[in-house]
Design a protein around this ligand. Structure first.
Ligand code: IMP
Length: 423
């Protein structure tokens, strides 16, 4: 029996959904604890592909409890549409629960997200998903947000909704933000709230009861370490804590309940949106990784920026997250390369460092120091065990594990469930 957390170690899109789907075979409950529908977790069950945004990645296994816990910001309309889409494809939704403590993303949060992005000085744009994530977390911290528990009382919900919509219109519309028509917006949001009402539960109690009962639980991180509001490349980050520690606050569980942390690491690095990316490849090689890896955002469709594996950043991630096991994904994308580089140190203003700087301005001046390894020049996509991998692929993985001082637990060589094996 175990309680595990799974987090991304880079800038997101490491393939967390797939690894969670694979681990869920032996899990009773999957819990999302931060972020919102800015996430796009892609899961293939053998015959079909699903992209999940708010619904936990355990949903494709019959009977696995799927919890959207208090740390998640929930767009009621987005969640309803996602659930209806899954139901139309025959997925059983009866095991989903939405925490009564979740903050709700409201129409003005999305307008404000778009307004901030569209009017920002080009050098200050974050490149957000425009899903209203930042403004919703702003409202949470300002203690003005609407929460899922309010859905249970329509009159109270409607009053709060209209007050906040009016406040937004008064504050931002004179400066050029799009106005929110409270009547039509309320009608649309309320229809979604009615749909979600049966799923609302006090998940803190449910998750803690499951821990006490010795059930296998997996906390599903969204985004990743370098998008963390405290530890990422601030301000080019998302608005939540994305690290393993956030599972405790985001679901209301004590740190001592956690047995294990999985860190998901793509065999190279990608990033969507603005911000520094020391090992980025703005050349044919970067284009090759993007094309071969299908590196286009699952939520926004934007092309992802691609580059070499960054050990300095990944080591920082392993330290903060307390990673016990690595799941290395997309190894097959490197199959055709003659040689593969790993960034083992940074040179900043002539000085060598093996640590990730706190100041993002310094990060922009990083010159990566690379170690070069030979490629394996053959397909790994049919590999089903460690021994099936070409020798140079095993050498690459062993070197990565050595540099990160972490054990490799899972390797993924393609999008399908069966293209995943334990070391
Ligand atoms: P926001 O989370 O929409 O506010 O966007 C902030 C930054 O996080 C932007 O650079 C987004 O591209 C990035 N981001 C947010 N969610 C994800 C994700 O699930 N994968 C990768 N990048 C993400």
């Amino acid at each position: 029996m175990s309680v595990s957390i799974l987090v991304g170690l880079q800038w997101g899109d490491e393939g967390k959904g797939k690894i969670i789907d694979v681990l869920t075979k032996s899990v009773d409950m999957v819990v999302r604890f931060q972020g919102g529908n800015n996430a796009g977790h892609t899961v293939e069950n053998g015959t079909e592909k699903f992209v999940l945004h708010l619904v936990p990645s355990g949903i494709l296994y019959q009977g696995t409890d799927c919890v959207i816990a208090n740390g998640v910001v929930v767009d009621p309309v987005g969640l309803m549409e996602e659930m209806k889409g899954l139901a139309a494809r025959g997925v059983d939704l009866s095991h989903i629960q939405l925490s009564a403590r979740c903050q709700l993303i409201m129409p003005w949060h999305k307008e404000l997200d778009a307004f901030n992005e569209n009017t920002a000085d080009p050098s200050k744009k974050i490149g957000t998903t425009k899903k209203g994530i930042g403004p919703s977390y702003m409202a949470k911290m300002a203690r003005t947000g609407l929460r899922a528990c309010e859905i249970l009382d329509k009159a109270r919900f409607e009053k709060h909704f209209r007050d906040e919509a009016a406040y937004y219109n008064k504050l931002y519309v004179p400066h050029g933000a799009a106005a929110v028509d409270a009547d039509s917006a309320f009608e649309k949001v309320w229809a979604a709230c009615e749909y979600l009402k049966p799923y609302i539960k006090d998940s803190v109690v449910e998750v803690n009861a499951a821990i006490k009962a010795g059930r296998n639980i997996l906390f599903e991180g969204a985004q990743a370490m370098f998008l963390d509001i405290d530890h990422g490349t601030y301000p080019y980050v998302t608005s939540s804590n994305t690290i393993s520690g956030a599972a405790c606050t985001g679901a209301g569980v004590p740190p001592k309940a956690i047995d294990m942390v999985w860190g998901v690491l793509k065999a190279y690095t990608t990033r969507v949106g603005e911000g520094p990316f020391p090992t980025e490849l703005n050349d044919e090689l970067g284009e090759h990784l993007r094309t071969k890896g299908g590196e286009f955002g699952a939520t926004t469709g934007r092309p992802r920026r691609c580059g070499w594996l960054d050990i300095v950043g990944s080591r920082h991630s392993c330290m903060i997250n307390g990673v016990d096991y690595l799941a290395v994904t997309k190894l097959d994308v490197l199959d055709d390369l003659d040689e593969i580089k790993i960034c083992t140190a940074y040179r900043i203003d002539g000085e060598i460092t093996e640590h990730s700087p706190a100041d993002t301005e310094l990060m922009k001046r990083i010159e990566p120091v690379y170690e070069t390894l030979p490629g394996w020049k053959q397909s790994t996509s049919a590999a089903r065990s460690w021994d099936d991998l070409p020798e140079n692929a095993r050498k690459y993985l062993n070197r990565v594990a050595e540099l990160l001082d972490a054990r490799i637990g899972i390797i993924s060589v393609g999008p399908k469930r069966e293209q995943t094996f334990r070391k």
